[in-house]
Design a protein around this ligand. Sequence first.
Ligand code: GDG
Length: 728
Amino acid sequence: MSKTIIVSNRLPVSLRLRNGRYDFKPSAGGLATGLGSIYTKGENIWIGWPGNVVDEPGQRAEIVQELQQHKMVPVFLSQKDVEEFYEGFSNETLWPAFHYFTQYIAYNPEHWEAYYRVNRMFCEAILEKANLDDTIWIHDYQLILLPQMLREALPDATIGFFQHIPFPSYEIIRMIPWRKELLLGVCGADLIGFHTYEDMRHFLSAVSRITGLSSESGYIQTENRLINVDSFPMGIDYGKFEKQAKSKKTQKLVQEYRKQLGDHKLILTTDRLDYSKGIPQRIHAFNQLLSEHKELHGKVSMIMIVVPSRDNVQSYKELKEEIDLLVGRINSEYSTLNWVPVHYFYRGFPIEELSAFYSMSDIALVTPLRDGMNLVCKEFVASKTDQTGVLILSEMAGASKELLDAILVNPNDKQSVVDAIYQALNMQTDEQTERIKAMQKSLRKYDVFQWVDVFMDRLAHVKSKQDELTSKIVDEEVMGEISVAFRAAESPILFLDYDGTLTGFTGNPQDAKPDQELQDLVRSLTKSAQVVLISGRDKDTLGAWFEGFSVDLIAEHGVWMKKKEHPEEWELYAEVDDSWKEDIRNIMEYYVIRTPGALIEEKHHSLVWHYRKVEKGLGDLRMRELLSHLKYMARGHNLQVLEGNMVLEIKRPDINKGRAALNLMKGQEHDFILAVGDDWTDEDTFKALPKEAYTIRVGYSYTQADYNIKSFRQVRRLLGKLVEQDLN
Ligand code: GDG
């Protein structure tokens, strides 16, 4: 039976050494609770680092045993691993880069090596437990290389990856020297999830620019797999926070705290110590509020919880000192005997107390400069069981895409934060309730359990989609079957597209002329079959490249045909009406002038706008603009606009490869038909041919063809097999 393995850098547990023995405390964090619905079931397990450096073998064995009872498997990290992989590459390279703090990025090759090494250690730990058909869900930026490492060892495993922190723009990713390895590493997964659409968009763009893998509608196409990239905004355990807020214990704490603090308004902030959280900026904004609004003195306080984190790293140490200084300054300036502006706690609180802070605060001020999602703001909303309170939320947190009823602010715009606090302090109860209710409704529905279910469902869906396509891949067996049928046939015919099918793509279309291997292959094929080269290419190029070959040629998607019996004679499929060309050419010219690298190719019956050499992204943008422009014009002229591989072609609709193929076969009898093509102009051929024909589409995409084949190299291998030649 297949099982599910959850993998994250940290196990959801903390270990404490007491009197020479470890004691275990399961984590009550949101992720641990959400994933609890998975790893606690059946044979499923969670693999990760328990959080302590344990070198002594006896202690390790003890930990392994203890964790086994909690369905967890530890990966032990040495002190060096922790320093170089965790604190180093993860937290000093990826963390600042992914949160747009480029000034803090460290480029340290030793840290990169450690990152690779530890990802490999995780891979080995997983392989000890995993079966070939298991589902593996990997979490977060510390383990980006792991999906591909696993893929190589378990080609059929179902692998999901979720990144909890933001994914930045290509402009940032390109700064990291190991960017390509990182992106190819994560592409070992079948499903890659982010919190927001923006993150996924950035990821897809980086993948396309850095690795060259193309994508469409959230699906990346590799040679042998489709990878889905999607957005899965993570929720909280809503019920738990609601219940906690209503509990007697929390209510009692609320009463106690309120008594001690007096009845003035409370603004709550709670974060881990991190420069991405915008803590100093927030204190500055509060300071400005107090200086602009003297009437608020003695009437409003900020409760600021900062949970210690990474404070042995220099930049975090400095941040802590800055916060200490700013809090000291504001309190010394404004405090009175019965009012303190900022109640500052540099420690974490147990959940009952945190819940009491959420419940009793009038405002939550959540203003990170960047945050993947941010769960604190969601927990605050869930804890407002009396449905009053105001959430002020940074636009830079993933949660802002969902919580539109918060007051959204740009945390870099100090005045907007000041104004938001002022607005929140003066918001009528009715409006507060309306906003909180709306947010609660959504958070209740999209909770962490639903998040887990949706991710797992999607992963299964991607896998079944892949299986559908895999079942059509031309493998050794199918190659064998086709070869046998070919050899048994008396009059076989082959329809072969050229670019992308018999040869790869080149920057300049004229550079793709047949190499020696291809020439030899086509010559051999012509000895035992009727070979038809059926291409979108112009007749002169095709004619010149295959001069002296005993082949039939169909050029320009079927406009021209030349039979091998009459090598001098190109036949025209239909009368040429060129009158439309001038108008269309003028439009295309306009897009060439605006787009360095673009060019126009003129064929007898069509005009083609090429953008293979245009800057990535700009080419797509211009192509879309041109497409909508041309579509409008095309209607008037009764023309057809076709999107090809880095080209846009406009032509008469009655001309296509399918019709041309049938036309060529008129009056002929064939007991074996094979058609191979790589783009959707070849789909016309696949559709038109009789159903006994073998039809094959190059690449891993949806097709009317019977089969998919990985690449033009594989096409050559297949054709080689037909004539008993071994091509690799
Ligand atoms: C990542 C991403 C993304 C805070 N103070 C106390 C306390 N907390 C708990 C909160 C909350 C958690 O810590 C913080 O959650 P965040 O979402 O803000 O951030 P991370 O978990 O560090 O990090 C983030 C998240 O992953 C999930 O994908 O949202 O963007 O950076 O749950 O309750 N808990 C207790 N006492 C405290 O004083 N007990």
